[in-house]
Each structure stands twice: as C-alpha cells, then as structure tokens.
Design a protein around this ligand. Structure first.
Ligand SMILES: NC(=O)N[C@@H](CC(=O)O)C(=O)O
Ligand SMILES: [Zn+2]
Ligand SMILES: [Zn+2]
Length: 343
C-alpha cells in the first residue's frame, strides 16, 4: 500500500456558514486540518471583533471531542469599517485577517466594499498592526466579461495596492488564472495566494461541455485549461507563495441545481484527498506537504503544526449527497472514486 505521511495541514480559506450548517461543516473541516481561516460572509456578515468571537463560540460547540482544530477568525470589510475596529481585532488575538469582497462579487457580498479607495485608511492600519488582507480579487463591472474579472482586478487594482502598502500582507484568494499566478510569483514576499482543489483539477470544460454542471460552478469561475495548467505549475513549484485554501463553500443541492444557481463548491468532505490527486497527476506528490502544511503557516507568521497525518492510496467512493441542516449537499466529485484517503 502506498502511503504518504506529512505534517498536519491547515486550510487557509473555508466557509463554515452558521446555525444548522455548523454540525455538518465543522466536523468535516476539523477531520484532519489543524487550523482554518473562517470566512466572514455570513448573513449578516462578521463585521467586528465581538461578532467574530461570538461566531467562534458557535463553531467550537461543534468541534469533535478530542479535536484540537482551531478556527481562525476574519473580519468582513465594508465601506464603514474603522481603524479602531482593526486595532481591536488585532489586540483580541483571535482575528487573523480581514476579507475584502467587492460589493456584489460573490455569495453574501452585498455589504462589501464599493471602492477600494474607501478603505485606504483601514488598510494603512492593517499594514501597521500586521493584519493580513484577504482579497476576493475580481471586479464586478457589468461590462467586464465574467471570465476576465480576476485578470482585470489584477491589472486595475493589485499593482496599485501593493505599491501603496508595501508592508501589508496580502493573500489573493482562490486564484484562477495565469495572470494571478504570475503576479503573485513576481510580487514581494508579502503577497501570496491560495489555490482551491477545483481550480487544480478542473477547467471550464468540465463545467460546461456536454451539459451545464452547476456543482462545478464557483467564483472566480473555472477558466480554460491553460489557466488550470498555470495553477498546477504554481502549486507544485515549491514556491512558498502558494498554499492550500479549499474555499469549501456549501450550498444546498437545490440552491445550485436552480435557474439562478449559487456559486461555491463543497470540498471539505475530501479536501486533501482531492489535492493529492491533483499533485499526483502533476507528478509532484513530493511537493504536497509544503503546499498543504508549511507555506500557509509561514506566511501568517504562525507555527507549523508539529504532528503528522498519513494518506494512503486506496480508492473509495465519495458520497453523492451529504446531509446539510435540513437539506442535502452535493459535494465536489460526489459519487466519484477518490484515489487517496486519510487514515
Ligand atoms: N467561492 C464561491 O463561489 N463562493 C463562496 C464565496 C467566495 O469565496 O467568493 C461562498 O461563500 O459561497
Ligand atoms: Zn471569494
Ligand atoms: Zn471563499
């Protein structure tokens, strides 16, 4: 039996949702990850430290007994976020980042920032106190094609941002393009990116050819194969700028199989297993550990996990449906055979 033992990994981008969803999402997230940056795009969003601490309490109630998994909280930036809020968040020791959603870009982003210039004073404070900025890096202009929204964001905003705030740690979340991989690869050590399993394993053909498949639909949207290959090259390059962030984002099955289907893929039932498949296909299993378990912690200035987990190559059938509150959830690759399992 082929086995691979690696330092316990962390997930630097996950959506756990709230309420009825937590008994399902938290145990999956805590199964073998050591920590997770928990996205704040709830309804209503997590806007301040008190709300983040309250949300953390609700999450922790569903952490399996004996688990030492830690949810690392993030604040949702709006046009009205204040510098005082940032300082308080940093001082709490429980908030590890702030998330920028362009208003209207993705799930629950209606209260997001309408213009990056509106949050420049807040970014200055984040730079000063050392709180990383996490970007949903897309523009929302109606005249920009949905497949170009990440590249246009990089072109219009990211260079300006890194020049204005050279000391600010920035994570370009869930990158989907060659432009994203290239920008981050060439930027300073303060700029990094997370990459999801779906953007490594799939391209827009899987979503659109032979019938529209809503369970592959997430934002930023899957791009053409050439971009998938650039992302695989970045993830397996050994560069410490690229690390694991699943963007596991559950929506009930009926909300995705819908005339106006929600964006988001649920991958936390088999996250590391999916990444292992992508790395194996790229002939780079030896690069999985640093991507999954070292580079993210290093970037955030947190200690690496000290224990290990073991993956074994032994195929298993991923469930087609999972329970999700009173609903069902269709996981990424549901019903398919996965090659690796965490034992
Ligand atoms: N990635 C997605 O398609 N959806 C995420 C939001 C996000 O990360 O943009 C969600 O919360 O559902
Ligand atoms: Zn996003
Ligand atoms: Zn996300």
């Amino acid at each position: 039996m082929i086995q691979l033992t690696i330092t316990r990994p962390d997930d630097w981008h996950v959506h756990l949702r709230d309420g009825d969803a937590l008994p399902f999402t938290v145990p999956d997230a805590a199964r073998y990850f050591g920590r997770a940056i928990v996205m704040p795009n709830l309804v209503p969003p997590v806007l301040n430290t008190q709300q983040a601490l309250d949300y953390r309490e609700r999450i922790i109630q569903h952490r399996p007994a004996q688990s030492t998994w830690e949810p690392l909280m993030a604040l949702y930036l709006t046009d009205n976020t204040t510098s005082e809020e940032i300082v308080q968040a940093r001082d709490s020791g429980m908030v590890f980042a702030c998330k920028y959603y362009p208003a209207g870009a993705t799930t629950n982003s209606d209260s997001g920032v309408t213009d990056l210039n509106n949050i420049y004073p807040v970014l200055e404070t984040m730079e000063k106190v050392g709180l990383p900025l996490l970007l949903h890096g897309e523009v929302t202009d109606g005249d920009v094609d949905i497949f170009d929204r990440e590249a246009v964001f990089i072109d219009r905003h990211l260079g300006k941002l890194t020049t204005a705030f050279p000391g600010l740690k920035i994570v370009l979340e869930h990158i989907t393009t060659s432009e994203g991989a290239q920008f981050v690869g060439e930027a300073s050590a303060n700029v990094a990116a997370t990459i999801t399993p779906q953007h490594l394993l799939f391209n827009r053909n899987q979503m659109l050819a032979g019938g529209i498949k809503p369970h592959y639909y997430c934002l930023p949207i899957l791009k053409r194969q050439q971009h998938q290959q650039s992302l695989l090259a970045a993830a397996t390059s050994g560069s410490s700028k690229f690390f694991l962030g699943t963007d596991s984002a559950p929506h009930a099955t009926h909300r995705k199989e819908n005339a106006c289907g929600c964006a988001g893929c649920y991958s936390n039932h088999a996250a590391l297993e999916l990444y292992a498949e992508a790395f194996e296909q790229a002939g780079a299993l030896d690069k999985l550990e640093a991507f999954a378990s070292h580079f993210g912690a290093d970037f955030y200035g947190l200690p690496r996990n000290t224990d290990t987990i073991t993956l074994e190559k032994s195929p298993w059938q991923s469930p087609a449906y999972l329970p999700f509150g009173g609903d069902t959830l269709t996981p990424l690759g549901g019903g398919e055979y996965r090659q690796w399992r965490v034992i």
